[in-house]
Design a protein around this ligand. Structure first.
Ligand code: FAD
Ligand code: DLZ
Ligand code: SF4
Length: 507
């Protein structure tokens, strides 16, 4: 045998570099279901089902194309439970001339791969993952020598470089960014369309049984599982978004509504991150909707910015700053994650709704993550590593390369401003403006203090008071700090005491 070609669970693309120049006569593809990948954090059951089912479907696609696939199932009697020991075992079985693998999505796995050549006594060809617009080196080249990194600058360079939403040298429509048009509240009468969900087929149902048996104690339920697990279904999901979601995606990108977790969002991150869709085809589909006149520019630009901008940018940040990035804690936050993050058992309706939807669907949209669960963790001073592990565990789309910078950089400002120019700290007024949660909450969003005051209100001010040394010099926080400067000392002390009492009762 010539090559052992390894395909990891989030590399399910026929054009992934590890499959390039594959010789079906002499090469074997190795795919491994291993216990370690399900438990290094205790993933939501839907995420495990999604990955294992998509892996099994991908293996049968490869076999149908005449590729020899050595597929190690989780329950296989000799399964050793880890990538490295499985690769070692496979090399003993096949005695290949070399091992070929595409660079992984996580630092942890990259460290494992670095040990495979000596572990197996076989050369290992680690290939770049060119499914992204920007290679790791391209980001480094952009970042090198810049004092502050800002996504917007990187995004504009990517637009030019890849000719997306460009008219010659100019951005389509004359502006680079239509974000200001994208912060509308969702009117109560606006109908949110039902979205394409995919009923589990026989393979997925079999994996569901396996996951309930092996990981029954993990967070979340399987009843609502509806993620695409094949490329064909992922393409249907893309089509569904372009027709049902994209036209309103821009206007209501930040809006939240109880009982409607998806609003007009794409729900495509799980398929994109597994490799069932490519970011290029997704951006092309959005551009085509603009050309066809079925979606407006603010929606198409807003969506492209998420994929070509944010998604590529956070990957660059991750690979450029790891492994030290994982330990950042610029605000020295140490509080343990409150237990209600796992149960949803809280009187704060916004958190209860978002955590409940997370358990049901392994999904929240960006503002629910950033401004509800993230904002609370920031204001409460939850230890960055605790909240970071939570995000990695609970979402179907969670992989460290994308989750970690979003959590440490965006949600809890643990990197001290590498990713965001200010912490996304907000009082209850923001949640009230962007959602209907507050109308039926046990707390009163208009009250600042007292037993029925919205906790986000006093937590917000307590956060600013506590972090004064670190944050008061930030020009984007000048206004609230000017406001605080006029507070009598007793008022600040009372707010701090109220915040502490509330937080101590949560853990
Ligand atoms: P849409 O709102 O429809 O956006 C379209 C696509 O753009 C997404 O599918 C995604 O691929 C990309 N995108 C949007 N925002 C971001 C962003 N900030 N960073 C990177 N890509 C983005 N996204 C993940 O894919 N995996 C994660 O583990 C993850 N963890 C997050 C943790 C926190 C604390 C926060 C604040 C955000 C996180 N995000 C993560 C980013 C974003 O919230 C999700 O990509 C998005 O909610 C997925 O839903 P969607 O596919 O409907 O996205
Ligand atoms: C997330 C995940 C899970 C739950 N299980 C597997 C698995 O059994 N086998 C596999 O190859 N990949 C799995 N994955 C995805 C990996 O965690 C992911 O490929 C690595 O973290 C690299 O990004
Ligand atoms: Fe959340 Fe406060 Fe609104 Fe209740 S009142 S839903 S706690 S923001």
């Amino acid at each position: 045998m010539r090559d052992l070609r390894i395909i990891l669970g989030d590399q399910l693309s026929l054009d992934v570099s590890a499959l390039r120049d594959l010789d079906t006569e002499r090469d074997t593809v190795l795919m491994m279901e291993v216990l370690e990948e399900s438990v290094y954090v205790r993933h939501h059951k839907q995420k495990i089902v999604l990955v294992l089912s998509a892996m099994r479907h991908f293996a049968s696609t490869l076999r149908a194309r005449g590729v020899a696939v050595d597929y190690v199932e989780l329950d296989a009697p000799d399964n050793t439970g880890g990538f490295s020991s499985e690769v070692e075992r496979a090399v003993r079985r096949h005695r290949p001339e070399r091992v070929v693998v595409t660079e992984p999505g996580e630092w942890r796995v990259q460290e494992l791969i670095a040990g495979w050549a000596s572990l197996t006594g076989t050369p290992v060809d680690v290939r770049a993952d060119d499914r992204f617009f920007a290679s790791r080196e391209r980001f480094l080249e952009w970042a090198r020598g810049r004092r502050g990194w800002r996504m917007e600058h990187f995004y504009r360079e990517m637009r030019r470089e890849h000719g997306i939403l460009m008219e010659g040298e100019l951005p389509t429509g004359g502006e680079w960014n239509y974000d200001a048009a994208n912060r509308k509240r969702l009117p109560p009468k606006t109908r949110v369309p039902p979205r394409a969900r995919f009923a589990p087929d026989a393979i997925t149902r079999e994996v569901m049984v396996l996951v309930e048996r092996r990981f029954g104690g993990h967070f979340g339920g399987l009843d609502e599982f509806g993620w695409p697990v094949t490329r064909a279904d992922a393409l249907l999901a893309l089509d569904d978004f372009i027709t049902q979601g994209l036209p309103n995606f821009g206007d209501y990108q930040d809006a939240m509504r109880a009982g409607a977790p998806f609003i007009f969002h794409s729900l495509l991150a799980p398929a994109l991150n597994l490799g069932l869709l490519s970011p290029r085809e997704v951006c092309r589909a959005a551009e085509a909707a603009l050309s066809a006149g079925t979606a407006p520019l603010n929606a198409v630009e807003g969506f492209v910015r998420q994929i070509l901008g944010w998604r590529e940018y956070v990957r660059g940040v991750y690979w450029t700053l790891m492994p030290d990035y994982a330990d950042r804690n610029a605000l020295q936050a140490t509080r343990p994650l409150p237990a209600f993050y796992w149960t949803g058992d809280t009187a704060m309706r916004c958190l209860r709704e978002v955590i409940g939807d997370t358990a049901r669907h392994a999904y929240s949209h960006h503002i629910q993550r950033l401004m509800v669960t993230g904002n609370f963790a920031l204001l409460a001073g939850v230890a960055p590593r605790d909240i970071e592990r939570w995000y990695l565990a609970v979402y179907a789309d969670a992989y460290e390369w994308v989750e970690m910078p979003n959590t440490l950089g965006m949600a809890v400002f643990a990197d001290g401003g590498q990713m965001a120019s200010k912490p996304y700290a907000a009082s209850g007024a923001y949640i009230d403006r962007m959602s209907d949660f507050c109308s039926a909450c046990a707390y009163d969003v208009k009250k600042k203090t007292g037993p029925d005051a919205c906790p986000f209100n006093y937590l917000y001010w307590a956060f600013l008071i506590r972090q004064k040394d670190k944050l008061s010099g930030n020009p984007r926080l000048a206004m609230p700090y000017r406001n605080l400067a006029a507070w009598p000392r007793e008022r600040a002390a009372a707010v701090l005491a109220e915040a502490d009492a509330f937080l101590d009762a949560q853990t």
